[in-house]
Design a protein around this ligand. Sequence first.
Ligand SMILES: Nc1ncnc2c1ncn2[C@@H]1O[C@H](COP(=O)(O)OP(=O)(O)OP(=O)(O)O)[C@@H](O)[C@H]1O
Ligand SMILES: [Mg+2]
Length: 256
Amino acid sequence: MVVKLLLEITDLAVEVSGKQVLNDIDLYIDEGETHVLLGPNGSGKSTLFMTILGFPKYNVTNGEILFKGEDITHLNTTERVKKGVGVSFQNPPAIRGVRLMDLLKVEGGQDPSDEDLSPEMMELAHKMKLDQRFLDRDVNLGFSGGEVKRSEILQLLAQQPDFIMFDEPDSGVDIENVELLAEEINHLLDKDKKPGMRKKSGLLITHLGYILNFVNADTAHVLMDGRIACSGNPSEILEDIRKEGFKGCVECCGIH
Ligand SMILES: Nc1ncnc2c1ncn2[C@@H]1O[C@H](COP(=O)(O)OP(=O)(O)OP(=O)(O)O)[C@@H](O)[C@H]1O
Ligand SMILES: [Mg+2]
């Protein structure tokens, strides 16, 4: 079986509001793989996420991003999403005047004038514990932290992207709900299929790695001061970070 490279990031440098945040980033994710991005606060994890998504204020000063073999470095966010990039934000905005169910209709390819969500989507909403009262509310407006994260995952279930980035899907979420989110993340990333049969890929950003108790990842990367300072086996790297902290883990990788 030929394994296809889905995301190829080479020698990437990114500047935000006049500050150079990322440097020398090389990241290669194959079809069917899930990678984890770890790193202390302010190391540049969300910046990498937003750059891959193509937010305009994240200015690529060097390098390139290829997706499905195509250079997407200068495409806008809408074009990238259409090509199969999906995201769950760390802190998504509330969208006043747009009901969650109307957004879900568009994301799921339903006719926006349909009165109801499709039975399949209703079943998924029920699974994510977002009943009709939530579906009728404006997106994320007044949602609790856990409800926001469940709404993000539900939207991804509607979109079914080929490559999904999750920015701290477990932060601020209680244990039971982390397990619920993880179950759906596993579906989204084809984890219920054998490794060789998986088509979907993911990049999972997490601080404490708690979600990795429920979602298996293939490779982990540690971002320090805007550079990937260590890459390797996720459980070994996490164990190192827990024992030695981020600095100790990176020193162990031989990069100071
Ligand atoms: N719009 C901006 N203007 C100025 N500096 C920014 C901007 N966005 C990000 N930065 C800076 O870039 C650095 C990396 O931020 P980023 O949000 O990517 O970190 P992070 O690794 O996601 O942190 P956390 O774990 O806290 O979410 C920080 O020092 C941050 O202040
Ligand atoms: Mg962040």
